[in-house]
Structure formats: structure tokens, C-alpha cells
Write a protein that binds this ligand. Structure first.
Ligand code: SF4
Ligand code: SF4
Length: 240
């Protein structure tokens, strides 16, 4: 039976909250069981035991259309990753993090413009496979549920979070997945999607999904709906 270090887990979470993290959870590696071996976290850290997933909230969906937002978020996540890795390595464990080990530009148009070493490319391909499971890892770590817009919807901040992950050999205690269905009685994102990209697939149909044209309509309506519900709840609580 696995033995977990509860104190270490709590200290890691406290460190995260002191460093701009809004939500954090831990999952075991089972969430990666059904993916090809070449994409598993063990390819990044052979004796990996846990994946830490954390979220940083954002306030405005309009910000997402600005390039400056991405570089700000990249800097913030890199800073957080370094702090959390530093915490784990000081305690004697190994830790690898997404934002400090991949080059974001590799996954954009820059891919074709910049030279990368074979070693760097191989490492980034491995992360690419693991990163595709980031949302599943977030669900397993208890951060939220996947909504009909195929985004992670958290109870605290709705879909307006940015995620990152750390892979470690530390015996961190896993969290339980979230209860509840964030989409009960709601179809706003399906109605807002102008291209039908959300219908009938596990992920948005990439050939139809044009976020820059629709200005992230499925995210925007969910964000606004979430804020409205929060406001109503706050008002109800004040009046009781
Ligand atoms: S807009 Fe409604 S249906 Fe769509 S993900 Fe958000 S809560 Fe779920
Ligand atoms: S980003 Fe736009 S096109 Fe893509 S699924 Fe959402 S609403 Fe549809």
C-alpha cells in the first residue's frame, strides 16, 4: 500500500498559495495509464510518483486575445514552477515542471523559424504527450470537472484558470476528484459556439474550432454565467 507524506503535501500547497497559486491538487499516475509509453510521465522522471496540478485564475476573457497576456502568464507560471520545484528539491525529491522545461514558442509558428537541438526537441515531444493529459490530471487532482465547452470548470473560478503541472518522485497525498456537475441545466456554450465545434466529440473539433474568430465564445459565456451565479449566491447569502 502506498505511503503518503501528508505534512509534505500540505507544506507544498501552502508554498503554492503564497506564490500566486489559486488552486492546487495532487494525482497519482493512474490518469496516464492508457496513453502510449512514450508519452508517460515516467519518460520525464523514471521514478515519478505524483503529478501536482495547479491553477492560476484570470479575471478577464478579453485578455486572452492579447499576446502580452501569454507572455505575462508564461512568466508567472515559470516563477511558480521554480518555487515549487525548489521546495521539493530542498526536501530531497526530484521535480520536473512543464513551463521551465519546454519552450512555448516551439508549439507556435516559431517552430519553423528557430533551430532546436535534437535533445531539446526530444524532451519537448515527451512533455507534449504528458501535457495533453493536463486537463485529465486536473480533474483527477480534484480541481474541477470538464464542462460541455470541454474546458476545466472549477467550483471556485469557473473556467477562468490557467493550468500547469509538476512531476515528482515525492510521496504526495492524492486529492479526491470533484463532486457535482457544473453543467447541470446549462447549454450556453453549445448555443454560443458559432461553428458547431463542440457537438459530439470529446474535444472541440479542431477543424471547426476558431477561437480567434469567435473570441473564445464558449469560454466567455461560461465565465459570465459563472460570475452571475456567484453574484446571485453572494446576494442570497447577504440577505439571509
Ligand atoms: S457554459 Fe454551461 S454548459 Fe457550458 S461548460 Fe459552462 S456551465 Fe457547462
Ligand atoms: S473556441 Fe469558439 S469555435 Fe472553438 S469551440 Fe469555443 S466557441 Fe466554438
Amino acid at each position: 500500500m502506498a505511503v503518503y507524506d501528508t505534512t509534505l503535501t500540505q507544506e507544498l500547497k501552502k508554498t503554492a498559495f503564497r506564490n500566486h497559486v489559486d488552486l492546487i491538487g495532487v494525482t497519482e499516475l493512474r490518469v496516464f495509464d492508457d496513453i502510449p509509453t512514450r508519452d508517460k510521465p515516467m519518460k520525464i522522471l523514471s521514478d515519478a510518483k505524483a503529478v501536482v496540478v495547479y491553477a492560476v485564475k484570470f479575471e478577464s476573457v478579453a485578455e486572452l486575445s492579447k499576446e502580452s497576456w501569454y507572455s505575462r502568464m508564461e512568466k508567472l507560471l515559470t516563477l511558480i514552477d521554480k518555487k515549487l520545484r525548489g521546495f521539493l528539491t530542498e526536501k530531497g525529491y526530484k521535480a520536473h515542471s512543464f513551463t521551465t522545461e519546454i519552450d512555448f514558442h516551439l508549439w507556435t509558428d516559431e517552430l519553423h523559424k528557430r533551430p532546436f537541438s535534437e535533445r531539446s526537441l526530444a524532451r519537448q515531444r515527451r512533455w507534449y504527450g504528458v501535457y495533453h493529459r493536463l486537463q485529465d490530471a486536473a480533474v483527477s487532482a480534484g480541481l474541477g470537472r470538464v464542462g460541455k465547452n470541454r474546458l476545466l470548470v472549477t467550483p471556485q473560478y469557473g473556467p477562468s484558470v490557467h493550468l500547469s503541472m509538476i512531476i515528482t518522485d515525492a510521496p504526495l497525498e492524492p486529492d479526491a476528484p470533484c463532486d457535482g456537475n457544473p453543467c447541470a441545466g446549462c447549454n450556453l456554450c453549445l448555443e454560443a459556439c458559432p461553428t458547431g465545434a463542440l457537438i459530439g466529440r470529446e474535444r472541440p473539433d479542431e477543424s471547426k474550432c476558431k477561437p480567434w474568430n469567435c473570441r473564445f465564445a464558449c469560454l466567455r459565456v461560461c465565465h459570465e454565467n459563472f460570475l452571475e451565479q456567484r453574484q446571485q449566491l453572494d446576494e442570497q447569502q447577504k440577505s439571509t
